[in-house]
Every structure is written in C-alpha cells, then in structure tokens.
Design a protein around this ligand. Sequence first.
Ligand SMILES: [Zn+2]
Length: 209
Amino acid sequence: MYLVKTPWLLKKLYPELVWNIDQNNRCIYLTFDDGPIPIVTPFVLNILKEYNAKATFFCIGDNVRKHPDVFEQVKADGHAIGNHTYNHLKGWKTNDKTYLENFLEADKLMNSKLFRPPYGRIKRSQIKLLKQAKPGLQFIMWDVLSGDFDQELSPEKCLENVMSGVRNKSSIVLFHDSLKAFDRMKYALPKAMETWSKAGYKFKSLDSF
Ligand SMILES: [Zn+2]
C-alpha cells in the first residue's frame, strides 16, 4: 500500500526532511531512484535531453561500482547525483552503525549533499548520525510518487498518478531507473514530460533549488 500524494501529516511529522519545494514558478524536480544501470538509465537520459531537462539521480553505490560508465554519463549530462545508500538498505530494519557505514561507502563514490533513504524509511537516530557525518546533508523525499515500481499497475495508471499528483506548483516527482519499473516508466515519463512541457513547466535538478 502506498499513496501517490504524500499526506500532509507525514510532512508535519518529519519537518527536517524535504518533501516539496515551494516556488512560485512552475517547476518540476524529476528524480530517478535505484540506478545507474544500462539501458534504463540511458533511456531516461535521452528523454531528458529532448526537453533540455535537468533531473536528479539517487544512485545505489553498488550500481555505480558495477556501471561506472553509465554513472559518468549521468554526470556528463549535467544532472544532479544523490546518495541512496550502497545496498538499498531499509532504515527501520537496519542498525544505525550499519546504516551509517553503508551511506559512507556510497558517499565515497558520489560525494553528494543530497540523500534519499530507500523506501522513504529512516529512523530519527539515523538522520542525526548521517547529518553529523556529513554536515549540510539534505534529506530529499518526494511530493508525487509515480508507482512505477508496482508491477500490478498499468502504464496508463502510472501516467495518471503523476499527472494528477502535480498541480500547478513545484513538485518533486519520483520515478525509478530500474528494470522493475521500466515498463511503466518508459510509457509514463515521455508522455508526462510532453504534457508538462506544453503547460510551461521547467525541469530542474535539485542542485539548483
Ligand atoms: Zn530506492
């Protein structure tokens, strides 16, 4: 069970996390989690290029190690990089020391001030530890969840999720550059970007918020 639109209560409970960005101009912060991997990540890069769009990639350290060439391409295209741990750990089920070490191992590869906890699950004690280890670290959550990871979801419904989630203001939208999400993402992303682009939205990376 997951919600497309992040409930306001969750935002109130975790004010130290970034859920959305208030800006008056129409701006979309596209984010892609769980890459970089061959085929899927380059697919995303091509679409972004078509719209002269910048986005943010929350990378898994182990994928950066396995696919350094894809990682370099993401950076060369001018997108922002965020840390998504080395092994995609679930914070609530991981002890603090292991979580911190896993974060730091990924940090060695990507040295980013942006972090997104896998599954959006992180303990307060872990937030504190990571902030101590890396001052200025921003915890980036999201405003709109595409649900592209959900294999029960049709590509059309995935598109509907993102289109109904973004409303006339700045939003952080979450997609995945993963094999599991590819069927839905490759359908929804180009169509959504075409519509938003026509409506005058700009696509920015989280380096610039
Ligand atoms: Zn993830």
